[in-house]
Design a protein around this ligand. Sequence first.
Ligand code: 3HC
Length: 311
Amino acid sequence: DDADGRTRFEELIAADDRVEPSDWMPEAYRKTLVRQISQHAHSEVIGMQPEANWIGRAPSLKRKAILMAKVQDEAGHGLYLYSAAQTLGTDRDTMFEQLIAGSAKYSSIFNYLTPTWADMGSIGWLVDGAAICNQVPLCRASYGPYGRAMVRICKEESFHQRQGFEILLSLMAGTPEQRAMAQESVNRWYWPALMMFGPPDDESPNSQQSMAWNIKRLSNDGLRQRFIDMLVPQAEVLGVTLPDPDLRWNEERGHYDHGPLDWDEFHEVLAGRGQANAQRLERRRQAHEDGAWVREAARAYAERMAARREE
Ligand code: 3HC
């Protein structure tokens, strides 16, 4: 019963063990996991759109093939994560409705437009780089299905980050116009990528409980700082300038000091007033509608197979 269940749950968390779908868990633990995992899944699927924008216009067959593979990976990450969320008792249709109704969020970063090819480099290097920073600790999340999904996703994300870095490296070794295009893209994506880690710790309502339950292992600001510290030497190799005049090594802290983020922009994007929020949701809704016949066919086939097994 609940008393035994609660004791066992608390023992699992105290021992930093895994909680599995069949274990008793507090309703609030279940709820915050459905919230985070479904939003993570929504982010992966919406995240296909900014990059798909360049599949038909990639500068070479090689770049086109790599970009297609990456976008397909994101779709797969979304499916793993929707499946992990379903183990908590929420079905796919409900999660989809929450996304379209706006009651479920997806990562702010995907509401930015991708006007140049260099954005494919910045997304790989900065956005997937930030995602890896955020996802590696999530491999140790206390909820088993979530942590295990992260292990596979992190392996594929590192390829995504490398191919983005390589796109920028090629551009920076190119003509002055290509170098300018790469720098202009980094200028646009740097600050929004830092916002992927969430609001400052003192404005993060979920962090305390999420850390107490071993879901979130490092704080929003802690991971953001780790990411910045990683980025600076990589930017030097690329020869790009990170657009923060306050960025400088602080020997005492052992980290880079950095300038303030524009949290008004963050809240505007979360409120649905980013560059591309409406078109991202409209495209997602349209894709779901266009795919209805596939779901109906799969369901009819599954029912026919089940009926045949009963004959
Ligand atoms: N975009 C949209 N919403 C955000 C956000 C962002 N960048 N950062 C925070 N939020 C939301 C939170 O979801 C929360 O709202 P909610 O209570 O309605 O869910 C609110 O802002 C306050 O933030 P908190 O810090 O209190 O929330 P969390 O403790 O959940 O921390 C998080 C936010 C760090 C994003 C955490 O949810 C998380 O780690 N999520 C899983 C990772 C994830 O979603 N990453 C998205 C990256 S994109 C991606 O992975 C695709 C890759 O292929 C590029």
